[in-house]
Ligand binder design. Structure first.
Ligand SMILES: *Cc1c(COP(=O)(O)O)cnc(C)c1O
Length: 393
């Protein structure tokens, strides 16, 4: 039976499995930079793409390929590309698809550096960018220009939890010949599969849910179409932002439990969001699983579940937020997300601090906003922890 016929949790265990000569049950780590050719002819055929064979680890490596094929299968794409980090995936996509005089339309509240590298650096090479609330499709239509080459979406957006209609946006972009790339880090393919919704490219910071154990940094890109895939893969090889085989092994190991980790953290998150929404010291809670979320219905339609990222605003703004963060004991005060441990952070002073206050607030990232990544601990411990820390305010 091909792993393509299996259901999601089975795919996590069996997709992209590498059959080595010793019958190893797990994917071996091919910790090598280069590969021996059988002879001169084999070497030249490998370079010409006429023979199967690895050449050099920056181009491809068996351990890394196992991960790439597995993620491609989970996202229903043509093939995958592993990168050294999530940001390496972002910059590889930008480099492969944009150039002098081209334009990108993007979600305004994207992951901070995804916007920063575009506005501060790609702009130096003549790439133009427009950031809008893609949650409102009209904004996307208005922002498209004749030179728009890429629609770059993040849904749910980070950290405002706004949901973008990927299907509708893809339809609009494709009418104008524009490619659509989606940052699927917050959901993972377990909860959302953008290629099935019409996007052309999906990518991840593997650092988060897919690896899930806060012990490596990595990224991956999955492309639907072979021609675009080859272009993006070539760029990864040229930029040299390949994933190390040991890092790939760690992700393969971590991702086997993706489904059960998300089931558990999501179950916790639903209870925590409920608790926070009722708490008198909390101004508002943004979580796609709450009926109060403005796009509750779209989230239900587009995502397999609301996930385990919660944003909430503390009454008392910055000061109150600081008290909360200094007093939690179970939740860890750290950036990143999607691990087995519950993390708390303050975007205005941490992840989005480089963003000018005006564009930050325009994107909905207010001073008192707290971002909470729910882990797999016992939910009573997380709620008890929040309760005692909120009481200190
Ligand atoms: C963390 C993150 C990234 C960047 O990934 P790194 O692995 O840290 O380079 C990109 N997008 C989102 C949504 C993220 O959370």
């Amino acid at each position: 039976m091909s792993s393509k016929d299996l259901k999601f949790n089975s795919k996590l265990i069996h997709a992209g499995h590498y059959n080595d000569q010793y019958g190893s049950a797990t994917v071996p780590i091919y910790q090598t930079s280069t590969f021996i050719f059988e002879n001169a002819e084999h070497g030249s055929k490998c370079f010409a793409g006429e023979a199967n064979g690895y050449i050099y680890t920056r181009i491809a490596n068996p351990t890394t390929r196992a991960l790439e094929q597995s993620i491609a299968e989970l996202e229903n794409g043509f093939d995958g590309i592993a990168t050294s980090s999530g940001m390496a995936a972002v910059t590889t996509i930008y480099m492969a698809l944009l150039g002098q005089g081209s334009h990108i339309v993007s979600t305004d509240a994207v992951y901070g550096p995804s916007r920063g590298v575009m506005e501060d650096h790609f702009s130096r090479f003549g790439v133009e960018s427009t950031y809008v609330k893609t949650a409102n499709v009209e904004n996307v239509i208005k922002a498209i220009r004749p030179n728009t080459k890429l629609l770059y979406l993040e849904s749910p957006a980070n950290p405002t939890m706004e949901i973008t209609d990927i299907k509708e946006c893809s339809r609009i972009a494709h009418e104008k010949g524009i490619l659509v790339a989606v940052d699927n880090t917050f959901c993972s393919p377990y909860l959302q599969r953008p290629l099935d919704l019409g996007a052309d490219i999906v990518f991840h910071s593997l650092t988060k849910y897919i690896n899930g154990h806060a012990d490596i940094v990595g990224g991956a890109i999955v492309v639907k179409d072979e021609t675009v895939y080859k272009k993006v893969r070539q760029m990864m090889v040229m930029m040299g932002c390949c994933m190390d085989p040991h890092q790939a092994y760690m992700v393969i190991r971590g991702m086997k439990t993706l489904g059960i980790r998300i089931d558990r953290s999501q179950e916790n998150a639903i209870k925590i969001a409920d608790f926070l929404e009722k708490h008198p010291k909390v101004e508002w809670v943004k979580y796609p699983g709450l009926k109060s979320h403005p796009q509750y219905e779209l989230a239900k339609k587009q995502m397999g579940g609301p996930g385990s990222m919660i944003s909430f605003e503390i009454k008392g703004g910055l000061e109150a937020g600081k008290i909360l963060m200094d007093n939690v004991k179970v939740a860890i005060l750290a950036v990143s997300l999607g691990g087995v441990e519950t993390l708390i952070q303050h975007p205005a002073s941490m992840t989005h601090s480089k963003m000018p206050k005006e564009s930050r607030e325009k994107a909905g990232i207010t001073d008192g906003l707290v971002r909470f990544s729910v882990g797999i601990e016992d939910v009573e411990d997380i709620i008890g922890d929040l309760e005692q820390a909120l009481n200190m305010i």
